[in-house]
Design a protein around this ligand. Structure first.
Ligand code: 13P
Ligand code: SF4
Length: 308
């Protein structure tokens, strides 16, 4: 049996499910039971009957799955699959920030640690952030953390004056506006689409701004057009599968890497071999201390209830 066949056999034997984010390497996306954005992945994690969840994504995503399923085994192929955005919000510093603004409703973007979620009133993802912010009464002041770019974008869309945490994603902040404009000159017929973790000057050039799933759905609406796509390059794999006639050009990063596009190093530490090993050994497991897990579940569940 090859590695893919071995994973499939082991998955059936152990009643496991493989959940993968769109930024995962193509060979992982291909063996996954579900590939999606952060919201879709948490909805799948909340609904599954599997005994083991193999989370092919990054740590905060697997942690969310564990919070929703404390009795299930949740494994991550490589514990080094972290997130620069989650790391930009250390729980101890955030605790002081929240304590300094006790009258504020705390909304946290799902890209943060369980400890930070445990200090929140409600969680959001890039696909429901606008809806979640708009669900808060207008007279209530809001703390929005940790992504300042998504926060600024929501302020612009809603007119809400939110207090922003100064965090960001190294991948989405790497897009170069000069290179993007030069690329657009080469492809003046292209439609620019962007993930809201990108900086304001990148977002200002975009005809569509949304989550990874939102971007795929937008491309589906114009299946024969050309798009410049400002998000992690892994998304292009699914887009090509779903909309084969669309022309897709990855937005260029400031420091060109080998593919002249942006790849998330954290997402890409997961490999098929590591995924097989973690399913076989049921390790490394994700565990969240009970006190944090119980507190963090409340704002996650609140988000899921509002996203039905
Ligand atoms: P999505 O929820 O849009 O898939 O975003 C996740 C992420 O980590 C973006 O960098
Ligand atoms: Fe985190 Fe950015 Fe990677 Fe998404 S792309 S997982 S926000 S570092």
């Amino acid at each position: 049996m090859n590695l893919k066949e071995k994973i499939a056999a082991l998955k059936n034997e152990k009643n496991a499910i493989i959940l993968a984010h769109y930024y995962q390497p193509p060979e992982i996306q291909e063996i996954a039971d579900y590939v999606g954005d952060s919201l879709g992945l948490s909805q799948m994690a909340a609904a599954t009957n599997a005994d083991i969840i193999v989370f092919a994504g990054v740590h905060f995503m697997a942690e969310t799955a564990k919070i929703l399923n404390p009795e299930k085994t949740v494994v991550l192929p490589d514990l080094n699959a972290g997130c620069s955005l989650a790391d930009s919000c250390p729980p101890d510093v955030f605790r002081k920030f929240v304590a300094a603004h006790p009258d504020h409703v705390v909304i946290t973007y799902v890209n943060c640690s369980a400890e930070v979620k445990a200090m929140s009133d409600i969680v959001c993802t890039s696909s429901n952030a606008l809806k979640i912010v708009e669900s808060i009464p207008k007279d209530k002041p809001i703390i929005f953390a940790p992504d300042r770019n998504l926060g600024k974008y929501i302020i612009k869309k809603t007119g809400r004056n939110m207090l922003l945490w100064d965090g960001s994603c190294i991948v989405h902040e790497a897009f170069s506006i000069d290179k993007l404009l030069a690329l657009y000159k080469e492809h003046p017929d292209a439609i620019i689409i962007a993930h809201p973790e990108s900086e304001e000057h990148i977002l200002n050039t975009a005809s569509y701004i949304g989550s990874t799933s939102g971007m795929i759905n937008y491309v589906k609406e114009y299946p024969t057009e050309k798009f410049i796509v400002a998000t992690e390059a892994g998304l292009l794999h699914k887009m090509k599968q779903e909309v084969p006639d669309a022309q897709l050009v990855p937005a260029p990063a400031e420091e060109d890497n080998t593919c002249a596009c942006s790849e998330c190093g954290y997402m890409k530490v997961n490999t098929l071999q590591k995924l097989y090993n973690c399913l076989l050994n049921e390790s490394p497991q994700i565990n969240v201390p009970r006190a944090i897990r119980e507190k963090a579940l409340v704002p996650i569940q609140h988000m899921l209830d509002l996203s039905k």
